[in-house]
Design a protein around this ligand. Sequence first.
Ligand SMILES: NC(=O)CC(=O)C(=O)O
Length: 307
Amino acid sequence: MASTFKPEQARVPPALQLPSPPITKFKIGLCQLSVTADKERNIVHARAAIEEAAEKGAKLVVLPEIWNSPYSNDSFPIYAEDIDAGPDASPSTAMLSEAARLLKITIVGGSIPERSGDKLYNTCCIFDTDGKLKAKHRKIHLFDIDIPGKITFKESQTLTAGETPTVVDTEVGRIGIGICYDIRFQELAMLYAARGAHLICYPGAFNMTTGPLHWELLQRARAVDNQLYVATCAPARDAGGGYVAWGHSTLIGPFGEVLATTEHDEAIIISEIDYSQIDLRRTNLPLEKQRRGDLYQLVDVQRSSSQ
Ligand SMILES: NC(=O)CC(=O)C(=O)O
């Protein structure tokens, strides 16, 4: 079969010059929240946590994956909101927008089940300091796994996968977004690095089987391979819930170092990000210059098809 693939067009250029965001040193707040079956309570609770993080100096606040609903295929259709239909149809994102505007902070709003037409997505909304919705990331890689006797979960029973990687320019830098299972796919993180991201945020809800072995390992791998910051935010553990989350929200630096983390209870992590560390580590280890583009290359499908 004839191929239309043109490697010379698809080649990813060396990592972009890092853009200069308005602030390069700031506090991030990771709100590891308890989530219940009561959506209204979840919204009020998330708002209080965002306010507390902002009070403690956070300029960027990150929420967990699926923070307004239990994490289950039965719940997704019931709790889903039509984000594009405006604040009345989406009380969860209306709250995030208002909080971002009033507190003048950037919010990476974890994720909620989104209804769009007859489809459901696992969607993260990013709000700017003026409360505007800057971007929406729909989980690209659905969590379909089967580890017999341990955990079987198939998000694809109810959810549709997103089609677009998301990189967004904010007051606190260029941020790439992934949701939970997206962290397992290193190409996505490489793509974000090539597009000049300073930070990748992964709202995520790993579980008691994969969490202990993979959660921190994957975060550190994404950070050290791409020499950027990685922030994750998980729900707090409910040992009696249907899906038991691993917790352990974390901030990783561009040298692969754990800068801040927590266990599985509710917590608000406040930690400092300093983007000068990215330049420092890229000078110490000039991986980008040493990459053997003559032997292997990453393909940015979107960029190559728009050329
Ligand atoms: N819940 C997820 O999307 C991912 C996860 O738990 C895993 O990859 O393990």
